[in-house]
Write a protein that binds this ligand. Structure first.
Ligand code: NAD
Length: 264
């Protein structure tokens, strides 16, 4: 394996289980020699995250609910008991009420709109602000987004609006932190069967559509996303910031249904 991350340490947020995109990223970084810490949401996930972290040689596993400022502060206080500096952060967190991830966007409630924006958008800014203080010689920050930010995708609804705001925040954060050699990027992943994705209506249909119509004629894996994350988080990506990088088997360049696509 490569040692692209040797001597670098960073925090992975959003690991729920071994299907999580955060896991594909953590594995690629760990295999490349990174020193890792993990945060998890709620006690129920701790028993899943502990052994995954241990398998990559990490025993820094801390709770954090990004909806609560005190909890985010406690995470960074806890992290600083182990580390006085860090090189990267991965934010693989998103949430919306799943009853609003089907049907019409126009029916989104004010409460769920605000909550979705808070957990899925503001939380990235909130953790980047704290990570900045620990990135003393520069760093790299990464979040996860989806094509529903750019085009209307069935059922994505308020999450598409939130991802558009997240991608805009990546650009503003890149400008703010660039002077300190801190880079900020997003990966726009194609559909992958995870816990979060299971909340989206007709997700199996969306996966099939992408498989039949993307240039590579397949869906992407968490390994694909992990390897691209390795590029953005290592020095290979040193000249890249403010970018939304598509890891979607090329789906975002397609203009219509492929002529060879079977009916679904
Ligand atoms: P996942 O369910 O494995 O991960 C989502 C994570 O968000 C979980 O670990 C959950 O605990 C965490 N989370 C939710 N609310 C939180 C809160 N208040 N505080 C702390 N953590 C919280 O699913 P995933 O698909 O790996 O999702 C990771 C990211 O990738 C999300 O931003 C998602 O929108 C994005 N994404 C997913 C896909 C896909 O098809 N799966 C495609 C593109 C982008």
């Amino acid at each position: 394996s490569n040692q692209l991350m040797a001597g670098k340490r960073g925090l992975i947020m959003g690991l729920a289980n071994d299907k999580s995109i955060a896991w594909g990223i953590a594995k690629a970084l760990g295999d490349a020699g990174a020193e890792l810490a993990f945060s998890y949401q709620g006690e129920a996930l701790k028993k899943r995250v502990d052994p995954l972290a241990a398998s990559l040689g990490s025993n820094i596993v801390l709770p954090c609910d990004v909806g609560d400022e005190a909890s985010v502060d406690a995470l960074f206080d806890g992290l600083q008991e182990h580390w006085d500096n860090m090189d990267f952060i991965v934010h693989a967190i998103g949430f919306s009420d799943k009853t609003e991830l089907r049907g019409r966007y126009v029916d989104t409630s004010r409460d769920n709109f605000a909550m979705t924006m808070d957990i899925s958008v503001y939380s990235f800014t909130s953790v980047v602000k704290r990570a900045e203080k620990m990135m003393k010689t520069g760093g790299s920050c990464l979040t996860l987004t989806y094509y529903g930010a750019e085009r209307v995708m069935p059922h994505y609804n308020v999450m598409g609006v939130a991802k558009a705001a997240l991608e805009a925040s990546v650009r503003y954060l890149a400008e703010d932190l660039g002077k300190d050699n801190i880079r900020v990027n997003a990966i726009s992943a194609g559909p992958i069967k995870t816990l979060a994705a299971s909340g989206i209506g007709d997700f199996r249909y969306i996966m099939k559509w992408n498989e039949y119509n993307s240039p590579l004629r397949r869906n992407v894996t968490i390994q694909d996303v992990g390897n691209s994350a390795l590029y953005l988080l290592s020095d290979l990506g040193a000249g890249v910031t403010g970018e939304t990088h598509h890891v979607d088997a090329g789906y975002h360049v397609v203009g219509m249904k492929a002529v060879d696509a079977p009916d679904i």
